[in-house]
Design a protein around this ligand. Structure first.
Ligand code: SDX
Length: 427
């Protein structure tokens, strides 16, 4: 590709550097454009805008490729663990055995919450949406861990990163326990990261909880599939919040709030609710028609993606995992049949083919999570738990970027031009 791009405006011509990526689209560096032309670029939704330079995750939407630090998601899901993937995202390389042991030991030593944070839960109604609790409790972490909020100190940044990765399962499990009126369980660090989460979620003080290795493996794989995804809406929110110098706990709370939306992380909850509303295979055509109807706001939840115009590679791994979990649990959930039939019908429908709408990560995840025993209201919480690792890695990368500055977009103003105030008696 050329190393320069030219723009002509009002008879003048302006040249801009083209910066190549190691893979994927090059970028046109327009940082001087406003100063030279007096005009802004206009790109609501950032469909053609690179907000930063990153080395963490690469997506090829046309090929359906997802790489974390160069490793394909299919290989990580099959051969790695969520803790190893977390190390990879944070540090850029797969860990040696001793690096991995040190990392998992460090994470395990941060799984407990300050005891006073448990009282935060009692301020919520029992029927509060768990994501509302996550926004509140994660944001409150900055009121307790002052010794890891100085973002100029690399040591404090790493301590905050470890605390966030380690405490999310505890906070998430507590949100679930609170919603069902059961007591909180403390972490048991003799278990794996994911096994610990399953025990805190489904265990009770009255009985020993034995982690099912098949469920533990499926859950760990689901966490890997949700760990990071380049500059999606919630990651961009974390970066934007971090660009002002906000502390890491506040930045992750901002990411959780953004992820909650049904167009983003909230889609897994919405997708399962949609499958339940469809209920049976014979009702699928009615919903396909609604999804295609411009006058109907209904969309096929779990379908479509800003970047993937091919299969979301995570959806394929998720479907395979759903098969395994349902078989292991002996669950014959008609919802899974509806999901598979809906996918087949949609993929043959010219509307979805023409608009390149394929299942995304959220389409099958709810079937698995429901089979494991999570209520739909916990689905996005699980997404946030896993994505915290990606958010933390992206936040660290942004803070360490010498080019980073506070994010402050401009606008196309089409409001009123200047006019004088009119006293109420003269209006
Ligand atoms: C996630 O960015 C990420 O990486 C996100 C994520 C991550 O890991 O962080 O991958 C996680 O958020 C996955 C997406 C989960 N959301 C859903 O499943 C909700 C349903 N999907 C859509 O709302 C939509 O597909 C988006 C929001 C995901 C993407 O929207 P875009 O890129 O802004 O595309 P668009 O809305 O402009 O849609 C293009 C066309 C439109 O038709 P036209 O106006 O061109 O005629 O496709 C149509 C849309 O109406 N369309 C759909 C559809 N998705 C898009 N029509 C029916 N059903 C759908 N699901």
């Amino acid at each position: 590709m050329a190393d320069k791009a030219s723009l002509s405006l009002n008879g003048d011509s302006f040249d801009y550097d083209v910066k190549p990526g190691t893979v994927g689209p090059d970028v046109i560096d327009i940082r001087k454009l406003y100063g030279q032309t007096g005009a802004f670029t206009f790109d609501p939704g950032f469909t053609s805008t690179a907000s930063c330079e990153s080395k963490i995750t690469y997506i090829d939407g046309d090929q359906g490729i997802l790489l974390h630090r160069g490793y394909p998601i299919e290989q990580l899901a099959e051969q790695s663990s969520f803790m190893e993937a977390a190390y990879l995202l944070l540090h850029g390389e797969l860990p040696s055995k001793s690096e991995f042991d040190t990392f998992t030991y460090t994470i395990s030593r941060h799984t407990m919450l300050h005891e006073q944070l448990a009282t935060f839960y009692r301020g919520f109604r029992r029927d509060a949406h768990p994501m509302a609790i996550m926004c509140g409790v994660v944001g409150a972490l900055s009121a307790f861990y002052h010794d890891s909020t100085d973002i100029t100190d690399p040591h404090q940044r790493m301590v905050a990163s470890h605390r966030l990765i380690a405490k999310m399962p505890t906070i998430a499990a507590m949100a679930y326990k609170y919603s069902i009126g059961q007591p909180f369980l403390y972490p048991d660090n003799s278990l794996s990261y994911t096994g610990n989460f399953l025990r805190m979620t489904f265990g009770v003080p009255a009985e020993e909880y034995v982690v099912d290795p098949v469920i533990e493996r499926a859950m760990d794989r689901i966490f890997i599939l949700h760990a990071d995804h380049e500059q999606n809406a919630s990651t961009s929110t974390v970066r934007l919040a971090g660009s002002s110098g906000a502390n890491p706990f506040a930045c992750i709370a901002a990411g959780i709030a953004c992820l909650w939306g049904p167009a983003h992380g909230g889609a897994n909850e919405a997708a399962l609710n949609m499958l339940r509303e469809i209920g049976t295979v014979d009702r699928i055509p009615e919903y396909i028609a609604r999804a295609k109807d411009k006058n109907d706001p209904f969309r096929l939840m779990g379908f479509g993606h800003r970047v993937y115009k091919n299969y979301d590679p995570r959806a394929k791994v998720m479907q395979k995992t759903a098969n395994e979990v349902l078989e292991k649990l002996g669950v014959d959930d008609p919802i899974f049949d509806v999901a598979r039939e809906l996918e087949q019908i949609a993929l043959k429908d010219e509307y979805f083919v023409e608009k390149k709408l394929y299942p995304n990560v959220d389409f099958y995840s709810g079937v698995i999570l429901s089979a494991i025993g999570f209520p739909t209201s916990m689905f996005t919480v699980l997404f946030a738990l896993a994505r915290t690792t990606g958010w933390v890695a992206q936040w660290n990368e942004m803070i360490s970027d010498p080019d980073q500055k506070i994010g402050r977009p401009r606008q196309l103003y089409t409001g009123a031009t200047q006019r004088d105030y009119v006293p109420v008696g003269q209006r």
